[in-house]
Each structure stands twice: as C-alpha cells, then as structure tokens.
Design a protein around this ligand. Structure first.
Ligand code: AMP
Length: 196
C-alpha cells in the first residue's frame, strides 16, 4: 500500500502529476481543491462556506478542510494506495494527518514564483477559449494571495516532512514527462502496473 502526498505552489503541476501517477499505478487521486470545486458546482452547503475564501486565493479554515479529508479518507476506496493532492497545507493539518495516517512519502514540486505566475496566467488564458475550465482563482490578485499562503503556511511543513525522512523534492520547472520520471525515480516505482 502506497500513501503519498504531493505538495507545491499553485501551477507546480500537482494535479497533473497526481493524475498520471494514479492512472499508471491504480492509486486513488484525492484532491481537496477538486472536492471543493465539486461542491461549488453543485451549490452545496459546504460551498457556501468556502467559495469566497477560495476565490480570493486564501486557505480554507483547518477545521473545514480536516472534516472533508476525514470523511474522504474514511471511504477506504483504494486497493493499492492514494495520492493526497493539496493536503496538508498548514501545521495543524499536518499534525492531524500524522496522528491518523501513516504516510510513505511527500513529493514536493519545487518551482520558482515567476514560473508559477506564467503558468497560471496561461492556464487562465486557455480557459477563455477552449475546453479548459476557467478557475475563478486563476487571476493575478488571487494568485498573489495563494503564493503568500504557500510560503507562509505550507513551505514550513517541508522541514517537518524532511525530519520524518519522508521528503522527496522534485524540480518541477521542466516538461511534464520529465517531472513525472523524476517522481517515479524518487518513489522507486517500477514500470507502470495494471492491476485490472
Ligand atoms: P488547489 O486546487 O489545490 O489549488 O486548491 C484550490 C483552493 O482550495 C485553495 O486555494 C484553497 O482555497 C482551497 N484548499 C484546497 N486544499 C486546501 C487545504 N489543504 N487547506 C486549505 N485550503 C485548501
């Protein structure tokens, strides 16, 4: 059973890399941002509590996020493992996770802020005229807040992962396939396996 965390600033490619990893190794992709966006499209009660915070680029309060994660992980719907994308992002969330779950590795996608800006703004531009979904938080003001939140609250967790011997840092300022290969090497994953 493999339990991984993937963290990094917005635009680092967390979602993309987690999706490929899960498709290749039959892991379950658990994206907290996706769960919130699903709630927003479906106008749930939870959405009413998080939409404004998310659109402004701020982090959703820990107690809300921890409840969502707790419920999601209680489903135990994985056979081979999971990739937790975008959690934990604060010290309280990390403590919650370590108290309740044994994780194998944390993959940190390392990327400079200026590259993040270029990537996210082009994601926003593509969203205007293609099948890509435009994210309400892909705008310069929200992005600045998201990067500040990342550096203030999430980046300090890297030391925590490092001290637990879990941290694998991957240079994410490369093409998707190269980053993916580096992740597979760091996690010592062999060739993709198909269980089905
Ligand atoms: P993401 O799709 O991972 O970029 O997440 C989008 C937004 O969802 C973030 O900017 C936050 O507002 C919220 N969010 C997702 N995960 C978390 C988390 N672990 N803690 C707090 N807020 C989160």
């Amino acid at each position: 059973m493999d339990k991984f965390i993937i963290i990094g600033p917005q635009g680092a490619g967390k979602g993309t890399q987690a999706q490929i990893l899960c498709a290749d190794y039959d892991f379950v992709h658990i994206s907290i941002g996706d769960i919130f966006r699903w709630n927003m499209s479906n106008h749930t009660k939870l959405a009413a509590r998080v939409t404004r915070i998310m659109n402004e680029g701020r982090l959703v309060p820990d107690e809300i996020v921890e409840e969502v994660v707790r419920r999601r992980l209680e489903e135990h719907d994985w056979n081979y493992g999971f990739v937790l994308d975008g959690f934990p992002r604060t010290r309280s969330q990390a403590e919650y996770l370590f108290e309740n779950w044994n994780l194998d590795k944390a993959i940190y996608l390392d990327i400079p802020d200026d590259v993040v800006f270029q990537r996210v703004m082009s994601r926003a531009a593509m969203g205007q005229g293609s099948g890509f979904t435009k994210r309400a938080d892909d705008n310069p003001a929200a992005l600045k807040v998201r990067l500040r939140e990342f550096h203030d609250k999430t980046a300090p967790l890297l030391q925590l992962f490092h001290d637990k011997g879990m941290l694998e840092t991957v240079d994410a300022n490369r093409a998707v396939a190269e980053v993916y290969q580096a992740i597979r090497d760091a996690l010592h994953l062999g060739p993709p396996v198909k269980h089905r």
